[in-house]
Each structure stands twice: as structure tokens, then as C-alpha cells.
Design a protein. Structure first.
Lengths: 414, 136
């Protein structure tokens, strides 16, 4: 083997940086961090807006500041990192095949592996927008990279489809850079992004938000000349006769993110349709022993603080696994979405650690709610439940000790 | 006396409390919906003078990337956002730059400074090679 490591982390965004740092702090000796780009930080480098680390550091950082803080801490440790390093494959016995300009093709044998590859944006192909195929159709994250790192403005008259946070952030960013954002169109009847972003990114700049609307045609030969938008009914089908042509030179898509799991699949990691990421236990271990996953490769989180928290949990357990301090504590039980639960993470409990559970409601309830765990004999209160804001719960290992069957989770009005 | 009603959505944290305010002669007579003290402070500030943190980028030469991310080191009046952006137009920096290096002091008379939000090393190599043309 070319390289041997105790814990190897794939990806150096917020999840990977945190995992590498905490694997070291948890006592793993030989920690290795792999990054395919030429510097650490992942997507944080292009997220130049503030709002990062509010709960984790009690600071209102921008993405780059947040990354620099983690990188500075990492530089003080013995954690090794390889840049420009693309992982080509991962096997179930934890052999990583990677390639880089310095090392060529090489292999890493690691006692435990942490998947932290993040997620990717859904594109036009994922949502099948009819029309021509001109230049000027970008995902919001690509446009963000153009503007914030490369210094290019993607267009002058812009329509944004989808009200996810990146789309809202880009509406403000492009307006400040002198472009005209003609509107944000959202197919659902409620916004996808956080309320604070509706206020500070759209309302502050008088950018209109059209709910229950979608783009039904893209027009233009060489370059986008405009889009046709239509109102949709309750089943999200376009309503005939509601078509309206909007002249523009650019269409940005902010239509969702998908965990990036090509490597996970190759290693035989079981994925779940609930999150489109690996099935994991509370230790963040996947179905393949010694392979752990954290951050947006597991499920797409709303806040970087949550991403980092999963990185800490993963690191603690990946270090334990690498150190041989790992034995089964009885049969794992499933954690099952019940009434009004669209998503939950993780999906298994293996009695090794406290359970930090993230839950997303299926429909908005703007009233006090209770979250029920009947098999645990537990009901927890929250002030509301919104599909665009994950709920986070901590259930201690002691509390879960006697549980034998699957754990159902339901959200109900109080 | 006429009571004026206003609704604000707090932007201090991701919860986004909807806060209802009743005003009489411009004075707050009631405020409901805020889950914490910061929400109340936010509304009082919005009534007096809405302020925001501004984040943007400035071109930089001699670095790996074309743009350096920057921010105001404190919130500035919302009405001055575009004035600050205008004042930053035309500035070009030279690498290296350290994080929190002050790029513009007291920008547009706001009493806030524009500071770098990351370290940017000096690099001699260009990031991208020119595409090779093998067709004559």
C-alpha cells in the first residue's frame, strides 16, 4: 500500500474539515484529509454572505471566515492533507484509489473512512424544462462561483427558478453587482429558503417572489432571450392560459440539492430514498463497517452548524473504530418516519452513542407541536414545524437503553 | 388616537420570528411574536434605521483567484448599501492580503470598515492554462 492512515476523510468542506479536526482531537494518530480542489474549504469559499456559525461559534461569520477558522485550527495539528487529489474509487475493505499531479495514481489503506463529499445541485435535466438549449442557463451555485471567485457576471436580466437559499442569496448578490433580477418563481405554495433570506435578499431589494409558478419553456437560440412562466395547480401541473413571457438573458436554477454518493455506492454502502444518502446509525457509520458519512453527503442540511455537528459525531466514532474500541451493543433498531415526517436522519440506532436526530416535517404547522417517540415513551415540544427548517433533537443513550423495536417519530399539533 | 400596525420578520437568526408592532405617534405601544430580546432590538432598529451587513467582492491581482471576498465589519444603514458598492467600484487589490485587513476605512461615511474575509496568498502561477489548440 502506498499510504496508510487511521482515519481518512474524503472532502474538505465544513463536514470534512470538522471531521478531520475532531478525529485528531479524539485521539486518532494518523489522520488524512483528501481534497480534489487546490485549496481546503469546499463550497464555503464561494459563500461570501454572513450567517455561518451562529450556534457553533456564537459568531456571525461569512463562509470564507468560517472556513479560515477551521483551516487555522487544522494547521496547528498533525493532520495531513492532500490537495488536487481526486478519489477514483473506494472499496468495502477501505482501500481508496486516488490520483493527483504530485503522486500520480496511488492507494490509501485506512482503518476507517469518513465520506464528506457534500452534495450537488439539481440541473435543468433533473426537472425537464422544455424549450431550446441556449447559453445562459446556470444553476445558482455555478453563478455564485462565477461572481464571487472568478469575477464574471453571468447576465444582466435574470430570472430565478426555485426559492432555495442559494437562489435567494444570488438574487441579492446579482442585484448588488448591477444585474436586474426580474423575479423568483417557486413551484410550491411556500418558499423553499429561510424566512430571513426572503426578507434580506428579496424584500430589501424589491425583488418579487411568485409562489405556485414555474418555468414552462426556455426561449432563445444562441443565448437565452426569455422564459415562459406558468401558474401551477395544487398538483403542481401548469394551468393552461396562465402562460406569460418574461424577457431575460439568464435563467438561474435553485431547484434542490442531491447528496453526492457515487463513491459510497461503489463501496456497497446502502442508500435510502428518505435522504438520498447512506443509511447511517447514530455514530454516522454506514452499512459498511468502518465507513462513516457526515454533512450534506448524508442528507442536505439547512445550516452549516448542523453539518459541523455531524462531522464531530462522525470523527469521534471513526477514531474509536480505528482504535479498535468498537463492539456491537445489541441489534440496531430502525428509526421510522411516522405522521407528518418527510425526512429523518439518522435512520438506525445502534446503542453506541447519544442520538442526535434531525427531522423535517411534511407540511408546515405554524402552531406549537409535539414530536412523539412512542417506543421511547417520549414527547418533545417545539414552537412550530416547517418543511424548510429541520428540527434537531438529542436523545441520550441512557434514555434509549431499553428500546427493542423500531422507533417511530411523528409530529402532531399540541 | 390612531394606532398604526406593522409586521416585521426578524433576520437575526434562522427562526425568523414574525413580530407585530403597534405604534402611536411613532412610539411603540405593543410588540408581540419575538422569541428573544434580540428580536425586540431588531424591530426597534428597523423602526429607527434598518441596518445590514454588506458582503461583496473586490478584484485582486497576483492571487490564485480573481476576486477577494470582503464585508463591512459592522452593520450599516440599508439605504447606503448601493452607495458603498459604488465607492468600492474601481478598487483593485494586490495579493497577498490577510484576513481582516482593512481595505476601506469609514466607507461612505458609515463609520464601518471594509475588511477582507479570507487570506489570499501571492501566487506566481496563473490558475488556468490557456487551452491548447492542435487544429490549424
Amino acid at each position: 500500500m502506498d499510504v496508510e492512515a487511521d482515519v481518512t476523510v474524503i472532502g474538505s468542506g465544513p463536514a470534512g474539515l470538522t471531521a478531520a479536526l475532531h478525529a485528531h482531537e479524539s485521539g486518532a494518530k494518523n489522520v488524512l484529509l483528501l481534497e480534489r480542489e487546490e485549496e481546503l474549504g469546499g463550497i464555503l469559499k464561494q459563500c461570501i454572505h454572513n450567517g455561518f456559525g451562529l450556534t457553533q461559534f456564537k459568531k456571525d461569520y461569512t463562509g470564507p471566515e468560517y472556513a479560515e477558522r477551521l483551516i487555522e485550527e487544522l494547521e496547528k495539528t498533525s493532520v495531513q492533507y492532500f490537495l488536487n487529489t481526486m478519489v477514483l474509487s473506494l472499496s468495502a475493505d477501505r482501500v481508496i484509489t486516488a490520483v493527483s499531479p504530485e503522486k500520480g495514481l496511488f492507494h490509501i489503506k485506512s482503518k476507517s473512512v469518513v465520506l464528506a463529499m457534500g452534495c450537488r445541485e439539481r440541473t435543468r435535466g433533473n426537472i425537464d424544462i422544455p424549450g431550446t438549449r441556449p447559453a445562459g442557463v446556470y444553476t445558482a451555485g455555478v453563478a455564485q462561483r462565477f461572481v464571487n471567485i472568478d469575477g464574471y457576471l453571468p447576465g444582466k436580466e435574470i430570472v430565478i427558478l426555485g426559492s432555495g437559499d442559494i437562489g435567494l442569496i444570488m438574487a441579492r448578490r446579482l442585484t448588488l453587482e448591477g444585474a436586474q433580477v426580474k423575479g423568483v418563481y417557486e413551484i410550491m405554495d411556500s418558499p423553499g429558503g429561510l424566512k430571513r433570506n426572503i426578507v434580506q435578499c428579496l424584500n430589501d431589494f424589491d425583488i418579487p417572489l411568485y409562489l405556485s409558478h414555474t418555468v414552462t419553456e426556455i426561449r432563445g437560440r444562441e443565448r437565452v432571450e426569455g422564459v415562459v412562466v406558468s401558474q401551477v395547480d395544487q398538483k403542481m401541473n401548469p394551468i393552461g392560459g396562465s402562460e406569460q413571457f418574461i424577457a431575460c438573458d439568464t435563467l438561474l436554477l435553485s431547484v434542490g440539492l442531491i447528496p453526492e454518493n457515487e463513491l459510497s455506492k461503489e463501496a456497497g454502502v446502502e442508500l435510502t430514498p428518505i435522504t438520498k444518502g447512506p443509511v447511517t446509525t447514530e455514530t454516522m457509520e454506514t452499512s459498511v463497517p468502518g465507513i462513516f458519512s457526515c454533512g450534506n453527503v448524508s442528507t442536505v442540511f439547512d445550516l452549516v452548524d448542523y453539518v459541523a455537528e455531524t462531522g464531530v459525531i462522525t470523527a469521534r466514532n471513526a477514531a474509536r473504530f480505528a482504535g479498535g474500541d468498537w463492539k456491537e451493543e445489541g441489534n440496531p433498531v430502525e428509526i421510522v418516519p411516522g405522521e407528518n415526517v418527510r425526512m429523518l436522519f439518522p435512520q438506525r440506532y445502534s446503542f453506541k452513542d447519544d442520538l442526535i436526530l434531525f427531522v423535517r416535517s411534511a407540511k408546515p404547522i405554524e402552531k406549537p407541536v409535539k414530536i412523539e417517540f412512542p417506543q421511547v415513551g417520549l414527547s418533545l415540544n417545539r414552537l412550530y414545524a416547517r418543511p424548510n427548517e429541520m428540527l434537531r433533537f438529542k436523545l441520550s443513550r441512557d434514555r434509549l437503553k431499553g428500546v427493542t423495536g423500531p422507533i417511530d417519530v411523528s409530529i402532531r399539533e399540541r | 388616537m390612531e394606532v398604526e400596525k406593522k409586521r416585521f420578520t426578524c433576520i437575526i437568526c434562522p427562526i425568523g420570528c414574525d413580530i407585530d408592532v403597534e405604534l402611536q405617534n411613532g412610539n411603540v405601544v405593543s410588540m408581540k411574536g419575538s422569541r428573544c430580546e434580540k428580536g425586540r432590538e431588531f424591530v426597534l432598529q428597523e423602526l429607527k434605521e434598518p441596518t445590514r451587513i454588506l458582503t461583496t467582492t473586490i478584484p485582486i491581482k497576483g492571487a490564485k483567484w480573481a476576486m477577494l471576498p470582503v464585508r463591512t465589519d459592522k452593520p450599516i444603514p440599508k439605504r447606503l448599501l448601493s452607495k458603498v458598492i459604488e465607492q468600492l467600484a474601481g478598487i483593485e487589490l494586490q495579493a497577498p492580503v490577510k484576513m481582516y485587513h482593512v481595505i476601506v476605512k469609514d466607507v461612505a461615511g458609515t463609520d464601518a470598515n471594509i475588511v477582507a474575509t479570507r487570506n489570499m496568498k501571492r501566487t506566481t502561477t496563473t490558475r488556468r492554462k490557456q487551452p491548447q489548440r492542435d487544429i490549424q
